[in-house]
Ligand binder design. Structure first.
Ligand SMILES: [Zn+2]
Ligand SMILES: [Zn+2]
Length: 188
């Protein structure tokens, strides 16, 4: 008996039905895998993908080194932080693209810093690797360390500060959206 064949809607090859996950699917297995990979790659270029990846790495780091630290950081909190801040608190320069951004534990995990949003700031990748596991004051000076401390305290729920900063949100999000569009254009 001749096996039933079907044309893949993407690669247009006529293939036997066992090349499809099931008879209802319009793409062949190979094309489905390819498109899934592309979706993952695109996801990694989104703010949420970036946040999810950063959180995964932090958790891996905690597990690998057996750090006994408080850990209740969420992807949503990181997305908010990525959307909110358009300049790096360490060098005060703006972020050029999503690829330029990393999460930073103000008190390093290796020194007992928590994996919680109050211990996180969004910084340049280059500033992050410059700081490594050292204290802020050691790398960026005492004044900067005091600023960062204030910044972290705001995230612990200082309402007045929160309202002031909220006013900036809309502007920042608009900027990031523009940036985003640029990144997509660049990658195409
Ligand atoms: Zn195909
Ligand atoms: Zn920086």
């Amino acid at each position: 008996m001749k096996k039933q064949t079907k044309i893949c809607a993407l690669c247009k090859r006529g293939l036997t039905i066992d090349n499809f996950y099931d008879a209802k699917r319009i793409y062949c297995v190979e094309c489905e895998r390819k498109t899934a990979r592309n979706r993952m790659r695109e996801y990694g270029r989104t703010i949420r993908g970036k946040a999810s990846c950063a959180l995964k790495h932090a958790r891996q780091n905690i597990k690998k080194n057996g750090y006994d630290v408080k850990d209740d950081l969420t992807v949503d909190q990181l997305v908010d932080a990525f959307e909110f801040f358009d300049t790096c608190p360490y060098c005060d320069k703006p972020f050029e693209s999503l690829a330029d951004i990393s999460i930073e534990h103000i008190v390093p995990l290796s020194k007992g810093g928590y994996n919680t949003i109050s211990n996180i700031c969004i910084v340049h990748k280059s500033c992050n690797s410059k700081k490594q596991d050292r204290d802020v004051a050691e790398v960026f000076g005492n004044e900067k360390a005091a600023e960062i401390k204030e910044y972290a305290e705001w995230k612990r729920g200082d309402e007045k500060h929160a309202r002031e900063l909220e006013k900036m949100v809309e502007k920042t999000i608009k900027r990031l959206e523009g940036l985003f569009a640029d990144v997509f254009l660049y990658l195409q």
